[in-house]
Design a protein around this ligand. Structure first.
Ligand SMILES: Nc1ncnc2c1ncn2[C@@H]1O[C@H](COP(=O)(O)OP(=O)(O)OP(=O)(O)O)[C@@H](O)[C@H]1O
Ligand SMILES: [Mg+2]
Length: 251
């Protein structure tokens, strides 16, 4: 089975989608087979990847029991995308099936060729609900992008609260990773927030951080991205994060 990583923070604009796009590029450029799953109804990830899509998406898997393999788009060697499809949010209102409702994505991965991948990265919705719980149950690991702001830390607290509800016993936080994103020039503030987080979550924050950077922000809907030039500083930053993931390098 692949390492399945849900990229999650209920706080908006912390860099969840940007993290998924660039980590998927980084891991696939290192030779790993990666599938990115766009679980956001607004299709931001799919838009950023400028994918020309088939008729179907994740909504057909969740709502109509289509095989996950049938809704995959290959973007390049080693990098596949599952787009949200149409009406994905309807899944939030599914009432039959009790706990199985929350394990649909986990089963869909296990029943498809995606189970042979090296990595599955899930761009999670910001709103807690059935889709977010599907991502959590499918994932072995949860990566929370944290920006150097106290608002963003509130999102981290919410993720840990959700964790504790799902895993009332056991060391669930061993599934949690943190990444500092959008790090600006106020280094005093950044260090203050960083040390607060590390004290609370020792050895969970990846050693490499991502700076606030106009080149990263300009990853755009025409498909250009920082990996167009593999040797760009920005691509290198994400390659370092990919190494942190591969080797468990933390602060
Ligand atoms: N390292 C960065 N440097 C500069 N801008 C960034 C960086 N990371 C993300 N951004 C920009 O910040 C905005 C929010 O990023 P992104 O969409 O990845 O966040 P998100 O957490 O997925 O948001 P949402 O909650 O709306 O899904 C985007 O305009 C993106 O281009
Ligand atoms: Mg997003």
């Amino acid at each position: 089975m692949p390492r399945i990583i849900a990229v999650m923070n209920p706080q908006i604009a912390v860099g969840k989608t940007t993290t998924v796009v660039n980590l998927a590029h980084a891991l696939s450029s290192l030779g790993h087979q990666v599938t990115a799953i766009d679980m956001t109804a607004d299709k931001t990830l799919t838009g950023l990847l400028n994918a020309s899509l088939g008729a179907h998406g994740l909504s057909d898997v969740m709502l109509n029991n289509m095989n996950l393999a049938a809704v995959i788009t290959q973007l390049k060697a080693g990098f596949n995308l599952v787009s949200p499809g149409t009406g994905l949010l309807d899944y939030e209102h599914i009432e039959s099936g009790s706990l199985n409702r929350a394990k649909k994505l986990k089963q869909a991965i296990a029943n498809s060729q995606v189970k042979h991948d090296d990595f599955v990265l899930i761009d999670c919705p910001s709103q807690p609900g059935l889709l977010m719980f599907n991502a959590l149950f499918a994932a072995d690991e949860v990566l929370v992008p944290v920006t150097p702001s106290y608002m963003s830390l509130q999102g981290l607290v919410r993720v840990t609260d959700i964790f504790k509800r799902i895993y009332p016993s056991g060391n669930s936080l061993s599934k949690l990773w943190l990444i500092l994103t959008r790090v600006g020039s106020d280094s005093a503030k950044m260090e203050a927030i960083k040390s607060k987080v590390i004290t609370q979550f020792p050895q969970r924050m990846f050693a490499s951080a991502i700076a606030e950077n106009s080149v990263i922000a300009s990853t755009s809907y025409d498909g250009t991205n920082i990996f167009t030039d593999q040797r760009s500083d920005e691509a290198n930053d994400y390659l370092l994060v990919a190494d942190d993931i591969l080797y468990g390098r933390t602060l």
